[in-house]
Design a protein around this ligand. Structure first.
Ligand code: FAD
Length: 484
């Protein structure tokens, strides 16, 4: 039997999840179709997690507008959704006159975009503010900050689900037809019917546009690789350190403290044809070490614990190769559809403003009634490691599961793991637990806790270890026993 909705959203990255949350403010029957087994399995889980200030984006562009809007509101959003956020500030450092001219240009551009508090600081002030930064001078952006992209995306999706949105994972959209004023959406697990479609398919947004009958878009995949440094390095870095942008804009490798206390070195930028190729490349890793040291004086090899990459879906003009603005549109050739294409950086910062623009496009065409029971607040999983000793004791007394440390590196307790397994979206993968709790994200990368996590999942989900999936469909953890 077909499932009939008012709005179907394709893709559960940060944008699809924000769109779901913003539509759930209205009396609408809404669902999200996601090909992966969890939210943020593509670009939204493969980025730097910076809340950008908005000083590099072209004056008047959607990127500039959405970034500045998203930045300004984030203290409130972080509170509403109970997500970690630090407005650390950022220094964009320079070494010579060319860099100074570039910084002055971006300062003027940022001020015109409405970014507040930008100032040029000399070496003495730079050393005082960010002692680990390289550079002779800098532009300081106090509005820039850090968030956890996994937890933020999960929070948006959970809040949408609490407000009535249905999430279907492992549902890949393979075709779209329009018949008698309704869309029929074909997936690998059956057909859905809807009055409205919203395309939030990220790296696949051009294919989904084409399924809707909208052609003419080209995405360039710009891959960026990273090193993750352990928390010892995090103690040496108190704010984001970026190099001055080159003549074509865009930042080279930077050093970023994460909201959880690690450091990211990267990303670089390289055009790739394969949008699913997240493999590390020796050339990039070598260059990251050289470039990273210029930004962050205390970078040492012994701090490296992992590397990863993400691919920026940049909309490009096929002829001129110019990088184009975000697209959020409602086109006549695909009635009752909202199409989001080219949502590259600063897409994380801009997710909610983009979502509001999607809602506004629907409102231009039909009256939307408010959902009177909409609740913007969502509570996350309490982080045991961050509590005072007194609070920790009280938690253990209340629930002895807080007394069992499962992940030693990140001090994640059994109580947090169990809450993550019982997540409101019904996600059942090991990566799902990792992204919600930080278990397996520390120095040993799961070497100690992975098997214990699987045991707890077996108990909670009543599944055998052979059923437990690591992250992606078919990615089973165990196939059998090595020894009886
Ligand atoms: C290296 C890098 C660094 C970045 N750093 C920052 C930063 O610091 N700050 C910032 O603001 N932004 C940053 N960004 C940009 C930001 O990460 C993206 O703009 C944002 O995550 C895009 O979100 P999305 O939801 O559009 O895409 P995605 O997260 O890719 O979500 C799209 C979803 O659609 C699903 N999907 C695709 N096709 C189908 C289909 N046919 N059927 C069903 N589901 C489908 C995918 O599985 C995916 O989950 C960075 C990006 C990269 C790559």
């Amino acid at each position: 039997m077909e499932n009939i909705y008012d709005v179907l959203i394709i893709g559960a990255g940060v944008v699809g999840s924000a769109v779901a949350r913003e539509f759930s403010r209205y009396e609408l029957h809404i669902a999200v179709l996601e090909k992966e087994l969890d939210v943020c399995m593509e670009t939204s889980g493969r980025n730097t997690g910076v809340l950008h200030g908005g000083f590099t984006y072209k004056l008047g562009s959607l990127k500039a507008q959405c970034c500045v809007e998203g930045n300004r509101e984030f203290d409130r959003v972080a509170q509403e959704l109970d997500v970690p956020f630090k407005r650390t500030g950022k220094v964009v450092v320079g070494f010579d006159e060319k860099d100074m001219q570039s910084l002055l240009k971006y300062k003027r551009n940022g001020e015109a975009n409405g970014v507040q508090g930008l100032e040029i600081i000399d070496k003495a002030r730079l050393q005082e503010m960010a002692p680990s930064a390289g550079g002779e001078f800098a532009m300081y952006s106090p509005a820039s900050g850090m968030l956890n992209p996994f937890v933020y995306t999960v929070a948006l999706a959970e809040n949408a689900a609490q407000n009535g949105v249905h999430f279907y994972f492992d549902h890949e959209v393979t075709g779209i037809r329009r018949h008698e004023g309704l869309y029929s959406i074909q997936t690998n697990q059956g057909r859905f019917c809807t009055r409205w479609v919203v395309n939030c398919a990220g790296l696949n947004s051009v294919q989904v546009s084409e399924m809707l009958g909208i052609g003419g878009y080209t995405l360039g995949g710009f891959k960026g690789e990273y090193f993750v440094l352990d928390k010892k390095a995090g103690k040496e870095l108190n704010m984001l350190i970026y190099p001055a942008p080159g003549p074509n804009g865009g930042f080279a490798t930077h050093a970023t403290p994460t909201v959880d206390g690690n450091v990211l070195i990267g990303p670089d930028s390289r055009l790739v044809d394969d949008f699913e190729d997240y493999r590390a490349t020796p050339e990039s890793l070598k260059q990251l070490v050289l470039d990273g040291k210029k930004m962050f004086k205390y970078m040492k090899r012994e701090y490296f614990i992992r590397n990863f990459s993400g691919i920026r879906p940049k909309l490009i003009n096929k002829d001129t190769k110019e990088i184009l603005d975000f697209v959020v549109e409602a086109r006549k050739e695909a009635p009752n559809s909202i199409n989001l294409v080219g949502i590259e950086s600063p897409g994380l910062t801009s997710a909610l403003p983009l979502a509001r623009r999607a809602v506004a496009l629907m409102r231009e065409q039909e009256k939307l009634l408010p959902n009177r029971s909409f609740n913007p607040r969502r509570r996350g999983i309490l982080c045991f490691a961050e509590q005072s000793e007194e609070k920790k004791k009280a938690l253990i007394k209340e629930n002895p599961d807080y007394g069992e440390i499962v992940c030693r590196c990140e001090t994640v307790t059994r109580a947090e793991i169990v809450q993550a397994i019982r997540n409101p979206l019904g996600v059942r993968s090991l990566i799902g637990i990792k992204n919600r709790t930080r278990a397996m994200m520390g120095r040993c990368q799961g070497g100690y806790c992975e098997t214990r996590l699987v045991e707890i999942m077996e108990e909670e989900l009543q599944e055998s270890e052979k059923e437990i999936v690591y992250g992606r469909k078919g990615g089973k953890m165990f196939t059998g026993k090595v020894r009886a």
